[in-house]
Design a protein around this ligand. Structure first.
Ligand SMILES: NC(=O)C1=CN([C@@H]2O[C@H](COP(=O)(O)OP(=O)(O)OC[C@H]3O[C@@H](n4cnc5c(N)ncnc54)[C@H](OP(=O)(O)O)[C@@H]3O)[C@@H](O)[C@H]2O)C=CC1
Ligand SMILES: Cc1cn([C@H]2C[C@H](O)[C@@H](COP(=O)(O)OP(=O)(O)O[C@H]3O[C@@H](C)C(=O)[C@@H](O)[C@H]3O)O2)c(=O)[nH]c1=O
Length: 285
């Protein structure tokens, strides 16, 4: 049996892992939420590992409120940097492997071709800065780690853009969505499946990897696809970022280059449009 701690156990990605766990009968999961295990508290994390013997920790705990982070700087860094550091320290002490998730928001978005793992990082938001610091803390103190930078996660669980659009399509007749931020929507269940696959095969090709679904889209394209799939009767208009002011800046372009992960693990990654269809089916039962 491989024993796995999933932190942030009530979040979106953790919920996707929960849905898939029945497919992996050699993996035993313990999920902890904020109340059971606060990753910012090193002593609690240490004690939790002492009382259990984990082979892996999947860190699904994070501060993900991009706009709120601009005014809650300390909390964002506590969770995304110090939390990640604590898990790395304790995983090292207890010989466990850490699977961590980071973001396309570590980039400033000025590039015009897909971002590779070794590309220059320059986050333009507090959230992005705190996530980058988390990556650095892990790579500095623990060799047995996987860090997956992903983008625009959505699923039937938690709060995300797909669910926001579905709700707004019921509440409004018209909606405007930014067309000049380009990235790739990623079904959180596809990422969850990859993580469990690597654990179940005890893969040791540690390191930093970019993972998103295939394809390229703006948030407007994403919204349009959602409305098409659900036959929503709503007028959708493309707008510029300047017409939708938010506290946090977001990269104008953050498409991830997935060559490394596809080559290393012989992966075939679904296109975002196909995964969206799957997610909507799963959501609507
Ligand atoms: N969502 C997205 O679009 C993207 C996410 N990512 C990354 O993917 C990962 C998973 O994201 P996702 O599942 O969407 O995030 P969620 O916000 O859905 O889940 C994060 C979970 O962490 C919990 N949490 C917050 N602080 C602590 C703490 N101190 N100790 C323990 N748990 C805590 C939250 O609890 P509570 O809700 O009670 O605060 C929440 O349940 C994150 O690392 C995120 O940065 C990367 C790219 C895109
Ligand atoms: C709701 C709404 C949003 N938008 C814009 C705002 C923003 O630029 C973009 C996306 O909005 P959201 O705030 O839902 O998404 P946001 O929180 O920016 O999503 C990010 O979350 C973090 C956690 C990540 O790591 C990123 O990869 C990314 O997924 O769409 C509109 O233009 N119209 C709308 O009606």
């Amino acid at each position: 049996m491989i024993k796995i701690l999933v932190t942030g156990g009530n979040g979106q990605l953790a919920s996707c892992i929960k849905d898939l766990e029945k497919l992996y009968n050699k993996l035993k999961f313990i999920y902890t939420d904020y109340q059971e295990l606060d990753i910012t508290d090193l002593e609690s994390v240490d004690t939790f590992f002492k009382n259990n013997s984990f082979d892996y920790c999947i860190n699904c705990a994070a501060y993900t409120a991009v706009d709120k982070a601009e005014s809650e700087i300390k909390i964002a860094f506590d969770v995304n940097e110090i939390g990640a550091k604590n898990l790395a320290i304790v995983c090292k002490d207890f010989h466990a492997t850490l699977m961590h998730v980071s973001t396309d928001f570590v980039f400033d978005g000025r590039k015009s071709s897909f971002y590779k793992e070794e590309d220059f990082v320059n986050p333009i938001s507090v959230y992005g800065q705190s996530k980058l610091k988390g990556e650095l803390q892990i790579s500095k103190s623990l060799s047995n780690h996987f860090i997956f930078r992903t983008s625009w996660l959505y699923s039937e669980h938690g709060n995300n853009f797909m669910k926001t659009m579905m709700r707004l399509s019921k509440e409004k007749d018209e909606l405007s969505v930014v067309v000049d931020q380009i990235g790739t929507p990623t079904y959180a269940k596809d990422l969850a499946q990859l993580i469990l696959q690597l654990i179940s095969t005890k893969n040791t090709q540690y390191g930093l990897y970019h993972y998103s679904n295939e394809g390229v889209a703006s948030w407007y394209d994403f919204a349009k696809a959602i409305f098409e799939e659900i036959d929503a009767e709503i007028k959708l208009s493309p707008i510029k970022t300047t017409e939708y002011p938010t506290p946090a800046k977001r990269p104008a372009f953050s498409v991830l280059d997935k060559s490394k992960i596809k080559r290393t693990f012989q992966l075939e990654i679904p296109h975002w449009r196909d995964s969206l269809r799957k997610a909507l089916l799963n959501y609507n039962g």
